[in-house]
Design a protein around this ligand. Sequence first.
Ligand SMILES: NC(=O)c1ccc[n+]([C@@H]2O[C@H](COP(=O)([O-])OP(=O)(O)OC[C@H]3O[C@@H](n4cnc5c(N)ncnc54)[C@H](OP(=O)(O)O)[C@@H]3O)[C@@H](O)[C@H]2O)c1
Length: 337
Amino acid sequence: MRAYHLEASRLDALRMVELPQPSPGAGEALIRLRAASLNYIDLAVATGAFPAPSLPLIPVTDGAGEVVETGPGVTGLSAGDRVIPHFLPDWLAGALPPVAGRRMRGITMPGSLADYAVVPAASLVPVPRHLSFTEAATLPIAATTAWRAVRTGAVRPGSTVLLLGTGGVSLFALQFAKASGARVIITSSSDAKLERAKALGADETINYKAVPDWDARVLELTGGAGVDLVVETGGEETFARSLNATAEEGTVFVVGFLSGADLKASLFPIIMKMLKVVGSNTGSVADLREAVRAIDAGQIRPVVDRVHEFEDAAGAYATLSRGGHFGKIAIALGNGG
Ligand SMILES: NC(=O)c1ccc[n+]([C@@H]2O[C@H](COP(=O)([O-])OP(=O)(O)OC[C@H]3O[C@@H](n4cnc5c(N)ncnc54)[C@H](OP(=O)(O)O)[C@@H]3O)[C@@H](O)[C@H]2O)c1
């Protein structure tokens, strides 16, 4: 089968290789991957910012495809089923398993940049009928995280939600928050992207380059109250402003570190407003399943900005590292439709 190996923790160490097709053991399924999609973590693995424990590695966390064959003891799956393998296949539901028993696709086990993969059968979630493989491949990390954010923030009609930037997590959170009846405020460095976010349902937009004190603008837009939920993807540069922009007893869902991970922020907004500051480590297979159910029920379509061919996987990484995308970046593995 065709695959990529990341041979060292460098972006130029991605090599196309020919490998034997793996076969499924007990409790496993062999899937033919049809599409993959990139997350920030893939870039971190490829550059060594989040090093993989052993190389070479078939990289990329997220993908989608169809079942080819199942191993002994697997029930409820048939050849041809369209499926999404979850990024954290050992976290089926409930509490996060201990780190030693928690594999990560594309980091501690083979990922999605290959024609075939063997995964635990219990980590597979059906692809909604209205989605292509390419769209489905964008769901494991970004949609699961956005789903947990809106659930953790108890988002409901009348809630106000703040999203930072127009990356994958923010746009799924926008779609889930709107489907839940919330009012959504979103920031971006680009007016053109803010227009696209409005077309997806955003109620209020702020250009964080033109309005550096965007937290004050959020307070203005909410009559001084602040928002019920911030999906904090920015990290170092945005965290303190996110605390300012949150309403009393509101939730700051801490997801990302796009501008760095070393914080300097006053504790007083957390203490005085009794904020809930909740960390995110993606979510379980059950969370992905719930996110997919919501996507199916709401006929939500993931926002795929660009699809690179398999032969141009390095180009997909380059697109992600340049920034400037709106939503997700995907890689086609043959028939991605
Ligand atoms: N902990 C978890 O569970 C978890 C899960 C998923 C992702 N993450 C992390 O969350 C972050 C976002 O992930 P993603 O997949 O959505 O990333 P992404 O798709 O690459 O999003 C990048 C976008 O974020 C915006 N951005 C960049 N710097 C910003 C800043 N200083 N302030 C505000 N917005 C900024 C930009 O939007 P504009 O171009 O519109 O300005 C940029 O296009 C990453 O750090 C990722 O590693 C964590």
